[in-house]
Design a binder for this molecule. Structure first.
Ligand SMILES: *Cc1c(COP(=O)(O)O)cnc(C)c1O
Length: 404
């Protein structure tokens, strides 16, 4: 029997990064604002803005930091209500708590995306929206932007796990006012820790730059996308000079050099990740006990993990499926069944008056999560897929036999 692959190891850091890392080790030049110009963090920002087609990018210590700074950049008053999908990572509501705002949770459907009925019902009572494209599943951005634009409500995209995803041909993260990405090791670009926010709004990025820790006149080292005039940015930065608190959420040159070296790898990772995902989905969908929710029409996905739903399994059978898959060498996490899961909203007990969201809860109790990194071969993916199908049979085949 072929053993399933290790899905936790990351890809090696590209050879191209070695020279820059060696230079940083030699010089000890790790702080982004020491070099007079072209520090690795600045180059990451200008390259990333260029790649995404936005005017500005600000690299910071994590996507969570980017989300927090985005909220602060919007200038929301204390106690402002910010809506997020109830299916997201605990860091997302946390960023709202840090920004002294209140969390409003929106129901998600069994396709992992925002439930638009609940979204429209709650929108009139919020001042901002963060759309988490959780595990790279894009919510209906046409409907969301139409509603938010007509109500004058700013949208921040949490595209932490969506680098390379397209919506109607447009890059995810460029649709809302601000887009945020993660460079944590399980995302498409891995620098261990790190994040970046992108926007076309000079005022928003100026505020975020200063609050991220560009004290005194460090901000003079920030630039617009290659070849773009930075006058708007400079004017905005001068306007906000000394008016904002510093949170010091900067990225180091070492992390930036590592992240930057992977930007040329992105297209391949996206292509291979999609191939792997679609191959596994095709196989496991043959099982009567498994469904893989379809992507939305406008979406071209960039997955590096796989989510699927168990159909017709009880709680005990769902737990038995996790165990059977583990016994076959594939670790599956049912979001709502694993203890203290950071993606199950009922564990976010730092939120006061935590609401009940029955649709999202029902989804989380049957939704399975498996890593499926882009570096896997199609053969390795097939091994994983076959193990999942067999694990469902281990559990449900037996139950059927008992019934006869
Ligand atoms: C990973 C992730 C985050 C947090 O990113 P960090 O860089 O670890 O702070 C936020 N939202 C989503 C959807 C994520 O996948």
């Amino acid at each position: 029997m072929t053993l399933p692959p290790n899905v936790y190891d990351a890809e090696p850091i590209p050879e191209a990064a070695r020279e820059e890392i060696e230079r940083l080790l030699q010089s000890g030049d790790l702080f982004r604002y020491t070099a007079p110009e072209d520090a690795p963090v600045t180059l990451l920002e200008t390259d990333f803005a260029e790649m995404m087609g936005t005017r500005y990018a600000l690299a910071v210590s994590s996507c969570s930091a980017a989300l927090f700074l985005s909220l602060k950049a919007l200038g929301l008053p204390r106690g402002a209500r910010v809506m997020i999908p109830a299916f997201t990572f605990a860091a997302v509501p946390s960023s709202i708590v840090h920004a002294d705002c209140d969390v409003v949770l929106c129901e998600c459907g069994d396709n992992y995306r925002i439930d638009l009925e609940d979204f429209h019902a709650k929108l009139p009572n919020v001042q901002a929206v963060i759309i988490s494209h959780m595990r790279g599943h894009t919510s209906d951005m046409d409907a969301i932007m139409k509603a938010c634009d007509s109500a004058g409500i700013p949208v921040i995209e949490d595209a932490a796990h969506s680098l390379g995803t397209l919506w109607n041909g447009q890059k995810i993260g460029t649709i809302g006012k601000i887009g945020c990405f993660s460079f944590q090791s399980y995302k498409m670009v891995n620098s261990g820790e790190g994040g970046i926010l992108i926007t076309d709004d000079a005022d928003a990025v100026a505020r975020a730059i200063i609050m991220s820790g560009a004290y005194e006149h460090m901000w003079k080292k920030h630039k617009a996308r290659h070849g773009e005039n930075s006058n708007d940015l400079v004017e905005a930065l001068e306007r906000w000079q000394n008016k904002l608190p510093l949170y010091n959420l900067r990225l180091s040159n070492m992390s930036a050099a590592i992240a930057r070296s992977q930007l040329p790898e992105l297209a391949r990772r996206v292509r291979d990740g999609r191939r792997n995902h679609d191959r596994v989905a095709e196989i496991i969908e043959q099982s009567p006990w498994i469904t893989v929710p379809a992507k939305l029409e406008a979406e071209v996905r960039a997955p590096d993990s796989l989510q699927f739903n168990l159909e017709g399994l009880s709680d005990d059978e769902t737990r038995a499926f996790q165990d059977a898959a583990a016994a076959r060498g594939v670790k599956v996490q049912v979001f709502g069944m694993s203890t203290d899961n950071a993606r199950a909203f009922w564990n976010w007990q730092f939120i006061t008056d935590l609401p009940e969201l029955p649709k999202t809860r029902a989804m989380l109790l049957r939704a399975c999560d498996t890593r499926l990194p882009a570096r896997l071969t199609v053969e390795q993916c097939q091994t994983i897929a076959q193990a999942l199908v067999a694990a469902a049979e281990d559990v449900m085949g037996q139950v059927k036999a008992y019934g006869t």
